[in-house]
Each structure stands twice: as structure tokens, then as C-alpha cells.
Ligand binder design. Structure first.
Ligand code: HEC
Length: 194
């Protein structure tokens, strides 16, 4: 009984508050400002599969090994084998078409450029953004080398990294159905395509 008289009172109050807000809706014309080119650049840091946004710099697995030992191994293990603190970065390959595919970097990441992007944005935790572009190329090379994806001496940079083919690159369906070239694989039927 007490609730039934309480609730309608709230609803009436809510309505009144709403209509008051509408009556005084400001124009917002003098709020905020257009972000500067530098500000947009600082936020706009995603690296796509083709790696067009990758910055200058370069690195090899050997250089990456040293940086990994000092900045990453404490959590990811000396050889990238993982620990209770962080997932493994090396190994874990297997088929994708099982109910429990291994979602490791080497098995589950279709594009090598994502490794650069991820480290750049998120690692090491609480010190994101502290690594230089070349440090990140070197760390990416180290991780790819230890996964037997590139040779030890390969130099990674904005031109070579996008060309690295991840082992399961073809195990994924493109997110745009139009990009699936085989009409059969795309699920077309009698001239009708999804
Ligand atoms: C303080 C511990 C810590 C340190 C140091 C650290 N990481 Fe991580 N890292 C993590 C954790 C935790 C995750 C998982 C985050 C998640 O899934 O949300 C992770 C995830 C990753 C991943 C994605 C792995 C995957 O399969 O999803 C990469 C790549 C990576 N770290 C690289 C690095 C590199 C390179 C360094 C050194 C520059 C580094 N990390 C340092 C804790 C750490």
C-alpha cells in the first residue's frame, strides 16, 4: 500500500523535471571547440590491417629480446610463455574450427599490424605510450620470431610489417560479406547473396 502511493508521486516529479528541462534547453552553440589537428592525431592512433597508419622506425627480434626482458617478461614470462599475471604471447597454435579454439596471439590474430597497435596502446600496463615506434617494431619482431612466423634477422617497419602473414589469416571470414570472393563461401543461392 505504501509503495503504490509513493511510485506515482515519483513519476509525476519525473515528468515535471523533464518538461522543465525541455523548456530551458540551451542552444549549445557556445559549448566546446573544434579539436586541433594535433589533438585528433593523438587520439586517432588505430592501425588498420594494411598498416597505412604505421609510423616510421624499425626493429629486429634481437633488439626486441632485450626490451622484452626488461619491460614485459615480468608478466608474460621470459620466453613469452605467460604467467598468472598475463597471457602467453608465444605458442598455442591449433585449429580454429573447434568449440574451444586457442585464442592466442599466434593462433587467433589475423593481422600482424594488430600486435604493433596493441602494444602501442596498452603495454606495459600503466605505462602505455612510453615505448618508441622502433621499440614496438622490435618487440613485435621478437614475438613473431619466437612464434616461428618471421626469421630472426627480419627488419620490421611500416613497409614490412603489413606483409607478414599470420598463420590463421585465412581461417577468418572478412567482416564485409562483399569481400568474400567465392560466391559459394559467401552463401549465395540462386543469384541471391547475403
Ligand atoms: C604488469 C604486467 C604486464 C606487463 C609488464 C606487460 N603486460 Fe602485456 N598483458 C598483460 C595483461 C594482464 C594482458 C591481458 C590484457 C587483457 O586481455 O585485457 C596483456 C596482454 C598483452 C598482449 C595481448 C595478448 C593476447 O593474446 O591478447 C600483448 C601482445 C602484450 N600484452 C604485449 C606486451 C609487451 C610487448 C609488453 C612489454 C612492453 C607487455 N605486454 C608488458 C600484462 C602485462
Amino acid at each position: 500500500m505504501r509503495y503504490s502511493s509513493f511510485l506515482p508521486a515519483l513519476a509525476v516529479f519525473g515528468l515535471a523535471a523533464c518538461s522543465a528541462a525541455f523548456a530551458q534547453a540551451p542552444g549549445y552553440s557556445n559549448l566546446g571547440r573544434t579539436p586541433s589537428k594535433e589533438e585528433i592525431q593523438a587520439w586517432n592512433q588505430s592501425i588498420g590491417p594494411q598498416g597505412k597508419e604505421l609510423p616510421p622506425g624499425s626493429g629486429t627480434a634481437k633488439q626486441g629480446e632485450e626490451i622484452f626482458a626488461s619491460k614485459c617478461a615480468a608478466c608474460h614470462g621470459a620466453n613469452g610463455e605467460g604467467s598468472q599475471l598475463a597471457p602467453r604471447l608465444v605458442g598455442g597454435r591449433g585449429p580454429l574450427n573447434t568449440p574451444t579454439p586457442s585464442r592466442t596471439l599466434a593462433n587467433y590474430w589475423p593481422f600482424a599490424t594488430t600486435i604493433w597497435d596493441y602494444i602501442n596502446r596498452a603495454m606495459p600496463p600503466k605505462q602505455e605510450g612510453s615505448l618508441s615506434g622502433s621499440d614496438i617494431y622490435a618487440l613485435t619482431a621478437f614475438i613473431l620470431y619466437r612464434n616461428d612466423i618471421i626469421p630472426e634477422g627480419q627488419v620490421l617497419d611500416a613497409a614490412s610489417l603489413p606483409k607478414v602473414k599470420m598463420p590463421n589469416r585465412d581461417g577468418f571470414i572478412p567482416d564485409r560479406l562483399e569481400d568474400i570472393h567465392s560466391l559459394r563461401a559467401r552463401g549465395c543461392n540462386a543469384g541471391h547473396c547475403p
